[in-house]
Ligand binder design. Sequence first.
Ligand SMILES: *[C@@H]1O[C@H](CO)[C@@H](O)[C@H](O)[C@H]1NC(C)=O
Ligand SMILES: *[C@@H]1O[C@H](CO)[C@@H](O)[C@H](O)[C@H]1NC(C)=O
Ligand SMILES: *[C@@H]1O[C@H](CO)[C@@H](O)[C@H](O)[C@H]1NC(C)=O
Length: 488
Amino acid sequence: MPSFFDTCQASIMGKLLMRALIGTIIFVYGIFTIVLYNIIALSKGTFFKRPTEKERLELQLTRNRLWDLSKDFEGLRHHILTLQSGFKFHFVSNDTPNTPETITSDKPLVIFIHGFPDSWVIWRYIIRNPALQKAVSIVAIDLPGYGGTESLEKYNATNVLEKLTELIITLRSQYGVDSGNESNKKKTIIVAHDWGCVLSMRLAAEAPSLAHRFILSNGPSIILAGSNARRLLFSAKKMLGNAWRSPLHARVPLMKALRTLTPLFRQFFLSGYVFVMQLPTPLVHYFLTGGNQSLLVNCHRTSYNKDKYTPLDVAESMASSMGPSTAELGTKTPSGDAYPASLSKRALSHVLHMAAYYSDGASVAPWSKSVETVASLHSIASGTQRVSSGAGLFDEGPPGAFKAKTTIFWGKEDIALDPRICLDGISDFLVQGSQIVLLPRTGHWTPVERESSAALIKAVEWTAQGEKGDIGAAVRKACPDAQVTSSR
Ligand SMILES: *[C@@H]1O[C@H](CO)[C@@H](O)[C@H](O)[C@H]1NC(C)=O
Ligand SMILES: *[C@@H]1O[C@H](CO)[C@@H](O)[C@H](O)[C@H]1NC(C)=O
Ligand SMILES: *[C@@H]1O[C@H](CO)[C@@H](O)[C@H](O)[C@H]1NC(C)=O
């Protein structure tokens, strides 16, 4: 009989072997993905295509136009906000924070949060809209490590969500959201895409008092995606069990199991780049910048899906990813604020900060809220926050369920996210007054494509004007065949 000590050793050995196996799979699949992406870049001809002198000049001018703190961009002005902890966020806004006019105006506050590999600039087609600027206070932020916002030492969930929450609470105060009494409180709306969507889905679940409505586009709830993946694996396992028990009639259950697993395989294939982000730093750096920045170039071209784009559109997309250059780092806002000093040191490792969201656990790790965060979330919560959950039986909904009104806004031609993994069952995550808006012709980058950016403006205006009537009718003015389902 093995001693207790032997058993323990065996189980430790088992765990170590398991960890080694997972590590090996990540490594092999990550390397495979780098090779695959390089082949794609070679076939598209971007790998050996150095930017021409003209393109280089265009990019430099564009970076200056978008990142020079002293310059307005189409009705928007740059601001640097220093949190109580000293952390500096960069954002652009059409209204000046912390002034009597802004605080007493009754315009709702709309906070835009971008994804990977972008910055506030991804929202340019939306936030420069004059009617929208007239109707709401726009704030388009750069996430930590992106654009003009300071870096974090580690992009774990607690670090990222604490900073984001402190920023939103400070913005609410500087735009006068919480200065009115309960009955005439202004609205806060959070609009987010990709990684911004992933983080905001956590906020909607774990800090719902931050906004009156979340409008969230083309990013997964990791908890929902995980449960969908487990459900598919479980069904497939049962079908394989049937096949094993009666090998003579195995063909049908085997085919069924394969068909069940297709969405999972597809998502696994589409997520190859997430595995690369777990590799050693030099490989991640090569993946994101090698071959004359093929990855970014092709990513930006793809972002326009079927829309035509001009050289200026492409330069703006690249400027969005790259942030301020040395020339803009010395500029100052009209009120005398400069970019955080640490940005000049980040220049060479900038892409690694963006990639660290994938490797440091920002999407899944537990968020341990500080006492200050708990207190401020409590103080902004109004009596009307939690309505009953769409899940029906359980008031809290399943784990990860959103506890604030949410509009899921989804481009159906997304090449990065499979709807059977990311959307199946999402209605169980929604509270009353939430909706799912599906756009048939739109891909992953809803803020950039023409039809979806116009539809996003309609959705924001509908919310800002008091959510009167049907959001479907509003959105269909921009996208006639958008499919809209409302939660009960
Ligand atoms: C997150 O990272 C910080 C370092 O920036 C570290 O002090 C903290 O312990 C980490 N938190 C978790 C939960 O890992
Ligand atoms: C809230 O403020 C509005 C406008 O300032 C005022 O008309 C209303 O009476 C206030 N309500 C309460 C409960 O104080
Ligand atoms: C970029 O393109 C040039 C050709 O224009 C090529 O010589 C160079 O090797 C490429 N750079 C990388 C890092 O592949």
